[in-house]
Write a protein that binds this ligand. Structure first.
Ligand SMILES: Cc1cc2nc3c(=O)[nH]c(=O)nc-3n(C[C@H](O)[C@H](O)[C@H](O)COP(=O)(O)OP(=O)(O)OC[C@H]3O[C@@H](n4cnc5c(N)ncnc54)[C@H](O)[C@@H]3O)c2cc1C
Ligand code: SF4
Length: 532
């Protein structure tokens, strides 16, 4: 027997979780299908060995690359999706990112919607996810309808010094917009304790604004919302015309179950949503569902990312390091008129985390000492949508990911910029310029897994657009060819920008949510009582 709902949402991460929160008060009967379970609350949540060396929470699923070699993706299947592990740096894309941008390596295409259309949803997503920040500091920040809902997370002394040094060098460093429930004015009552295991770790205190804590759990307070965990969606079936999804085929507890809904939303993450639609190929959709354009699975993007450790003679005792960022080179510089990208931080490394990779070691340092003396930068540049960078599935339906990096010149220049700024920085009263020993690049390996950058920022595989010949989704994120199929994860991006993607995914889920409420005949914001 097939159980019928008004809406089925597949995946409970940044996109699916936020959409569930938006739709829950409407009274519509909603089924959330999530392949993972809740992250178990346990001491290992905050163990760098368990998380970064043993890979305790990463999926054990194996994909393959274009040459048939195994890939061990660093991605997480849990209620809340990858937001359980994210660094909660919640950036808006820049206004320019919604238009066409000329890069040194090619063109970043325009979006079918402009910044102004999504701005109110960015503002709402910032409120929902408790974002802390200051307007007006970030030189490339787009115009906003109001202040950040919470004050910025303060810099610790070493980062404050760096910020002042950057300012003296003519830059405009700013506080990273962060989704953590930190109240620095009232530390006793603050949910967040400002610890050193945030970026990449689940929060033991549920003080990180992740999609489970902020959206899924509140949505489940409504009697019309149901969540099935351990519910892997194998495939979607269509009606004979191919115009509607008629059945969702789920494997759960070793059995196959069937569900149906007036509206089906895929939000499995950009790679898994593409894989799901490709696995669901049928006579009406022989190349995969909604793939008349042949764009499904193509244009995969994940950013050009690198982690650079700037090692100094002086120690860096910072606990929560991810508070500072620099966007002065985001759109270019007077000497080089092409975008370079975004400079920020990862969470503070320790020797245990470093032992999981194979970093170059500064002369005279051990890994532990190096971690105690490093500033750990995270550099992001935009990669461009190449149709040959794509997700396909093998005969068993497993993911095959082909990716050739592109647009790397801007990233190289961004790295050189950082190196030159660090060489001239003078915060050290003891060693002066000699304090900075150099930049050491580091791949973020977890065990023997591929670099984190490989899939953490995945997007682009079901690009939205006005032309069905070149895109999979329309401007409302509905599949051009299937009337009741939508996607709200990172797959809809036509270009990747160079800031972290999650806030844009959340804001878009709210935007699509309003469209769905109208389609279902509900007014946005209609309230329904929660169960006690
Ligand atoms: C360590 C780390 C740090 C990060 N830091 C940041 C940051 O600071 N800022 C930022 O903006 N972004 C960050 N990101 C990226 C951010 O987490 C993602 O962009 C975001 O979570 C993507 O949202 P999504 O809805 O597309 O997918 P996800 O959040 O990945 O959710 C997809 C969900 O679908 C489920 N699923 C998949 N396939 C199926 C299936 N077949 N059936 C049922 N369920 C399925 C998964 O289990 C998962 O719950 C980080 C990511 C990682 C891994
Ligand atoms: S307590 Fe705060 S800093 Fe630590 S993991 Fe939770 S949200 Fe992050």
């Amino acid at each position: 027997m097939t159980e019928h709902y008004d809406v089925i949402i597949i995946g409970t991460g940044a996109g699916g979780g936020t959409l569930a929160w938006r739709l829950a008060p409407s009274g519509a009967r909603i089924l959330l299908l999530e392949r993972g379970e809740y992250v178990q609350r346990e001491k290992e949540n905050w163990s760098t060995h368990a998380v970064n060396v043993a890979g305790r929470y990463a999926t054990k699923e194996v994909w393959t690359d274009g040459d048939g070699k195994p890939l061990h993706p660093h991605t997480n299947y849990y209620v809340g999706g990858n937001t359980k592990f994210y660094g909660s740096a919640l950036f808006r894309l820049r206004r320019e990112d919604f238009g066409e941008i000329h890069h040194f390596g090619g063109v970043s295409p325009a979006w079918p919607i402009g910044y102004e259309e999504i701005e109110p949803y960015y503002a709402e997503a910032e409120r929902l996810y408790h974002v802390h920040g200051i307007r007006g500091e970030d030189p490339t920040e787009p115009p906003a309808s109001g202040p950040f809902p919470h004050p910025p997370v303060s810099h610790e002394p070493r980062i404050q010094h760096l910020s002042e040094d950057f300012q003296r060098a003519g830059l405009r460093p700013f506080h990273v917009p962060l989704g953590i429930m930190l109240n620095e004015q009232d530390p006793q009552r603050s949910k967040c304790i400002r610890c050193n295991t945030c970026d990449g770790f689940p929060c033991l205190l549920h003080a990180k604004s992740d999609a489970q804590v902020v959206c899924v759990d509140p949505a489940l307070q409504y009697p019309n919302v149901r969540l099935l965990t351990g519910a892997y969606v194998q495939r979607l079936e269509t009606s004979a015309s191919g115009r509607e999804i008629s059945r969702v085929v789920v494997s759960r507890n070793g059995a196959v179950e069937h569900y149906s809904a007036d509206i089906v939303v895929t939000s499995c993450g950009a790679i898994n949503s593409a894989a799901l639609l490709l696995r669901s190929a049928n006579d009406r959709h022989p190349r995969g569902l909604a793939n008349g354009s042949d764009a499904l699975g193509r244009h995969y993007m994940g950013h050009v990312n690198s982690v650079l450790m700037a090692v100094s003679k002086c120690p860096n005792p910072t606990i929560f390091q991810k508070t500072l960022a620099v966007n002065d080179f985001y759109l270019g510089s007077p000497e080089w008129p092409f975008p370079m990208g975004h400079i920020s931080f990862v969470g503070k490394f320790d020797g245990v985390t470093l032992s999981a990779g194979a970093p170059a070691i500064a002369p005279g340092f051990t890994l532990d000492l190096m971690a105690k003396h490093s500033l750990d930068f995270w550099l992001t540049s935009e990669d461009l949508p190449d149709p040959e960078n794509r997700v396909t599935v093998d005969r068993e339906g497993r993911v095959v990911l082909r990716y050739k990096p592109n647009n790397e010149e801007g990233h190289k220049r961004l790295t050189k910029k950082l190196e030159s700024i660090m060489q001239h920085h003078s915060s050290c009263a003891i060693h002066g310029h000699e304090c900075h020993l150099g930049l050491f690049s580091r791949n973020l390996f977890v065990g023997q897994r591929i670099p984190l950058a490989g899939v953490a920022h995945q997007n682009g595989t079901l690009r939205f657009g006005n032309d069905p010949a070149t895109s999979v989704l329309d401007r409302t994120c509905r599949a051009h060819e299937i009337d009741n199929l939508y996607a709200v994860d990172g797959s809809f991006f036509p270009s990747s920008g160079a800031v972290n993607p999650a806030l844009t995914i959340m804001a878009n889920a709210l935007r699509v949510g309003d469209h769905l409420l109208a389609r279902l005949g509900h007014r946005a914001g209609t309230q329904m009582a929660v169960t006690s």
